[in-house]
Design a protein around this ligand. Structure first.
Ligand SMILES: [Zn+2]
Length: 171
């Protein structure tokens, strides 16, 4: 999917406007005129599970249009580190400050060209608030009383289950 979208959006050169060819040796498009070479652009997106003692911060996202509660996520902006993106997204979406941000795993996400980079973090300070636009609801949920979660196999579910394991081990 990601490659199909790349080829579809790179039929003409962005510099000189001439037609492009697919490289036969790598995932790239080559300009037949100015020789510019284009590679698929991957948009990193952070996703983070936040733990506060025996609780996990979960939200009902308006874009999902269902009753699933999941972790927070957002795109990395230009000039930002992954850690800064985690701190900013969490602050913007929930008014919470996090600490001990730790990398967990990653997953290609071709909608249309993301790479999900998954983290776990701990609550540091702030009263949970959400703006009601991106998040319909957000709350702290005890690890043994969780709402409807994203399906198994998603990176979000993995983060939630890892956080539950930490809560359980500490209980
Ligand atoms: Zn060109």
């Amino acid at each position: 999917m990601q490659l199909a979208e790349f080829y579809r959006s790179h039929r003409w050169c962005g510099y000189c406007g001439h037609e492009m060819q697919h490289s036969t040796r790598e995932f790239a498009c080559l300009c037949t005129h100015c020789r510019e070479r284009y590679y698929p652009q991957i948009a990193p997106c952070i996703i983070v599970a936040i733990r506060r003692g025996e609780e996990i911060l979960l939200a009902n996202h308006s874009r999902h249009r269902n009753s699933i509660y999941t972790v927070l996520a957002g795109f990395v902006e230009v000039g930002e580190t992954l850690e800064q993106a985690v701190a900013r997204e969490v602050m913007e979406e929930s008014n919470v400050r996090v600490k001990n941000v730790r990398y967990v795993t990653s997953q290609p996400w071709p909608f249309p060209q993301s790479l999900m980079v998954a983290f776990m973090a701990e609550y540091e300070s702030g009263d949970l608030q959400h703006d009601g636009k991106e998040l319909l609801d957000a709350g702290w949920f005890r690890y043994d009383a969780l709402p409807l979660l994203p399906p198994a196999g998603t990176v979000a579910r993995r983060l939630i289950e890892d956080t539950v394991a930490i809560c359980r081990a500490g209980a």
